[in-house]
Design a protein around this ligand. Structure first.
Ligand SMILES: [Zn+2]
Length: 262
């Protein structure tokens, strides 16, 4: 009898706990605070859904097929093949950089990296994102990139092709923290949505906002263009969580909340 009671006790305990979280690389993960109370002491993005509080963390693209620890439940990141994308850049000076361009690109990458460290606690992030532009997806997140047949870093953004001049809107409320004309990204800006959630917009023909502006969802930020290193007019849209580039397409998918809080 005692043994049976013990077995029942073990079953009772384990059935109340989620044994693991399984997720694709580049997605958001929601960890219930009730299963991991120590997270409450961390500087992290918290979100309440259906009266349950969660910590929202990224599954880094680089952790493809690995297990993340430190969140009370093992987080298994699937092995996922995102496919490849081959593009041809006719302007070879944008592929094999001169000394001057390479110094410029390096300085700009430092400036962008520093801006992406932003962690604003006065903006409460919303997870209800809408698409920043109406267009056709021309390159998905995660694809291994080949530029003029040379292997490059994976494409950790979403490309949406649209006619030059198509309006680009803020997909979620945020503050403009960087605006500029960059070697690779052309007319570029970064929105800070708060608590380590940021997004960036590249290759615009025009920018309609300034650094320091606070935007509502739907406010016009710029227009689609082909500035910087591109093959044609499109928006290169990146979303960052805790400095990890995550899949923007998932955030605007209809089942985003269902998948995140399943
Ligand atoms: Zn792109």
């Amino acid at each position: 009898m005692r043994f049976k009671a013990f077995i029942f006790f073990i079953f009772f305990i384990s059935s109340g706990l989620k044994s693991e979280i399984v997720v694709d690389p580049g997605e958001m993960i929601a960890v219930k605070i009730s299963t991991c109370p120590d997270l409450k002491n961390k500087e992290i993005f918290f979100y309440t859904f259906n009266n349950i509080e969660y910590a929202i963390i990224p599954s880094p693209f680089s952790k493809n097929s690995r297990v993340m620890s430190g969140y009370c439940v093992p987080i298994k990141i699937n092995k996922k093949d995102f496919g490849e994308s081959r593009i041809t850049i006719l302007d070879v000076s944008k592929v094999n950089l001169s000394e001057e361009d390479s110094q410029r690109a390096y300085k700009e990458s430092q400036l962008i990296r520093d801006s992406l460290k932003s962690y604003s606690k006065n903006i409460k992030p919303s997870l209800e994102f809408i698409s920043p532009v109406d267009g056709i997806i021309s390159s998905r997140y995660g694809k291994q990139r080949y530029i003029n047949d040379q292997p490059r870093s994976p494409h950790l953004a979403l490309d949406i092709a649209a006619a030059e001049g198509t309006k680009i809107i803020a997909p979620s409320p945020g503050k403009v923290i960087l605006v500029g004309d960059f070697f690779y990204s052309g007319n570029y800006l970064i929105l800070d949505h708060g608590f380590g959630l940021l997004s960036s917009y590249s290759h615009m023909s025009k920018i309609h906002v300034n650094t320091g502006d606070y935007l509502n969802q739907g406010d016009i930020i710029g227009e689609v263009g082909s500035t910087g290193r591109v093959t044609g007019p499109h928006l290169h849209w990146s979303v960052y969580l805790e400095k990890q580039r995550i899949n923007p397409e998932s955030m605007i998918a209809e089942n985003f909340f269902e998948k995140l809080f399943n």
